[in-house]
Design a protein around this ligand. Structure first.
Ligand SMILES: [Zn+2]
Length: 601
């Protein structure tokens, strides 16, 4: 996971910090400078995509940067029909990430294109329309075509990396042509790019009732087949799956370059033949999905992929850390859906018990504020406080343990443990995720819990020994970055739980609402008023994408934090990878979660 090459010491500005004024000739011109500063650091935080008329809440957040703060906002239709209203702003009781004013205009269901004004500041124009999110899906699916490796992509790059790759361990050449470049670089990591294909097939499943303009099944299957060409080649003869191609030899950036496409020359890139449990589990999950999706259009391909997925399942121990268990549970779900074999059901029940045991259910660490988060301890449920207690932390897969249990619940609804799986997901959301999100006006879900102050930087006190940060620690290790994958992972879990509840005559509204808030942060409702996707919204940073430049639908790592856990974002074209590099997981989660929300509410 440590895959980034930090390009120098790049200063990024905390939100609200004034941009240093350049020295000027003659008398100072105050007003334009003030306006320029306001433009760069807007106080209005509103999702640029707009809102569906009756799904998700419509919330305006305004950072309270002046005293006295503004008391009202005006909303007006900027289309052809005259319509406007002025309503009060209220000071939010949630003070993390700075004081904010909020207003809720969920009652406005009238279709149109609107703009909000607070004082002299205007919001980015936004829609209220049913397809406010759905209309972005074709562009975002198209992102993967730009990232294709091993083929020419017209207008993007000529045919590339036909000489991939040679084994690190013995130098032998193995055909690893194909797949997707993973990020703002040219490397082909298995973990995040497998997630691309898994998300695309879930998107196809979620869009079963197609609407005009949706990405077609044929388009999705063609894209997945391109990615899977590479994934299938990465399976070793023992059934297990290699780690990456071109990831760099010693954690460095040495393989991150174009090549001459000629096998055996010095610029050939390397295969990392390390084999991890969770990568095989993701591979098995994907092949289970592939075998279902291609069964009708290409039964021979479906059978071949299923055999590869089952071989990986048999070749691994299907044990390990919390992340490994969660991915194997998801693999069991898809392989069972594909085959109906009882072996996968038995394994799923076993993993379900292990995941339940790793959820904290007793209040731990001397506090009674939160519980229900996952840990790395097999005895979490019976050890409420101990010095070796380690909360599960993963910025890419934070919601995966709960996702796995929810998938078990949907796949094996008659299992004896099914009520426990659902209750565990509800506990995680109701007693950890929701209360933590209420500590700031944006409803941002913090990236992790900690015990005390493990590194010399700000950890926000929660209660007892527990602390939290919205953003990754920056003094712990070299690798830290923006948290869009974290937000997308939770948007997905929340959307899936809403779908389950809505399908059972319950109400998933509160969960769907919080799912949208995470996506809205990515798409402009953040302290910078910046959309972190290229070709949608406004104030997009220029991405760290050093080989092909802008990619429509690409999502950047997003807002990170400084030592004080204050939000930072490179808007000065410093090519900062931590906040502005494209990365597969953000795009995958966007497609998966938006399509889940479309199918559930
Ligand atoms: Zn390539």
């Amino acid at each position: 996971m440590n895959r980034r090459n930090f390009l120098g010491t790049l200063a990024t500005l905390p939100a609200g910090m004034a941009v240093p004024a350049l020295a000027q000739e003659g008398p100072p011109v105050v007003e334009p400078v003030e306006k320029e500063t306001a433009r760069r650091t807007p106080t209005i935080a509103l999702n640029h995509m707009g809102f569906r008329p009756r799904s998700g809440r419509k919330v305006l957040v305004v950072r309270a940067t002046v005293s006295p703060p503004p008391s009202h906002y005006t909303l007006r239709d900027i289309g052809s029909e005259p319509f406007h209203f002025t309503r009060p702003l209220k000071l939010s009781p949630s003070s993390d990430l700075g004081p904010c004013l909020t207003a809720d205009f969920t009652d406005l269901e009238r279709l149109g294109m609107y703009q909000i004004t607070v004082g002299e500041e205007h919001s980015v124009p936004f829609f209220i329309r049913e397809d406010a999110w759905r209309r972005t899906l074709p562009t975002v699916v198209g992102y993967y075509r730009w990232q294709r490796c091993g083929v020419a992509v017209p207008g993007v790059h000529p045919v590339c990396h036909l000489d991939d790759a040679r084994r690190r361990d013995n130098g032998e050449h193995v055909d690893e042509v194909g797949g997707w470049h993973d990020a703002g670089d040219l490397r082909k990591w298995m973990d995040p790019t497998l997630l691309n294909a898994i998300a695309l097939l879930n998107l196809d499943r979620n869009l079963a009732a197609r609407q005009p303009g949706d990405p077609s099944t044929e388009q999705i299957l063609e894209e997945v087949r391109h990615g899977n060409l590479y994934f299938l080649k990465m399976q070793d003869t023992d059934g297990r799956v290699w780690h990456d191609t071109a990831g760099g030899i010693n954690g460095d950036n040495s393989d991150n370059h174009w090549t001459d496409n000629i096998i055996g020359t010095p610029d050939d890139r390397y295969i990392n033949t390390k084999k991890l449990e969770h990568i095989s589990a993701m591979f098995s999950t994907l092949q289970g999905l592939v075998s279902q999706a291609y069964r009708a259009p290409d039964p021979a391909y479906a059978a071949r992929c299923l055999a590869a997925g089952e071989r990986a399942w048999q070749a691994n121990a299907r044990t390990g850390a919390t992340l490994d268990l969660a991915w194997w549970a998801l693999a069991d779900c898809e392989l069972h859906r594909a085959t109906g074999k009882t072996a996968y059901r038995h394994d799923a029940l076993r993993l379900g018990k292990q995941l339940l045991a790793r959820q904290n259910v007793a209040f731990a660490a001397g506090q009674k504020e939160v519980r229900g988060y996952w840990t790395e301890s097999p005895s979490a449920s019976t050890a409420p406080s101990s010095s070796h207690f380690v909360p599960y932390f993963n910025v890419v897969y934070p919601a995966l343990p709960a996702m796995a249990l929810l998938n078990l619940y949907e796949t094996f609804p008659t299992a004896a443990d099914a009520p426990k799986w659902k209750a565990a997901v509800r506990r995680h959301l109701d007693e950890y995720v929701l209360p933590m999100s209420e500590r700031n006006a944006f409803r941002l879900i913090p990236s992790g819990l900690y015990l005390g102050q493990p590194t010399p930087e700000t950890y926000r006190p929660l209660a007892g020994e527990l602390t939290y940060r919205y953003f990754m620690p920056v003094r712990k290790q070299f690798w830290w970055q923006g948290i869009n994958s974290h937000l997308g992972s939770y948007a997905l879990l929340l959307g899936e739980f809403a779908r389950v509840l809505n399908g059972e005559n319950g109400s998933g509204t509160v969960y769907a609402d919080l799912a949208y808030r995470q996506l809205e942060w990515i798409m402009g409702a953040n302290p910078f008023g910046a959309c972190l996707m290229t070709a949608q919204g406004m104030r997009n940073p220029f991405p760290h994408s050093r080989f092909v430049g802008l990619i429509p639908g690409g999502i950047m790592n997003g807002i990170a934090g400084n030592e004080k856990d204050e939000p930072i974002l490179d808007q000065e074209f410093l090519i900062d990878w931590r906040t502005c590099e494209y990365w597969s997981p953000h795009v995958a989660y966007y497609l998966w979660s938006v399509s889940t929300l479309e199918s559930s509410v």
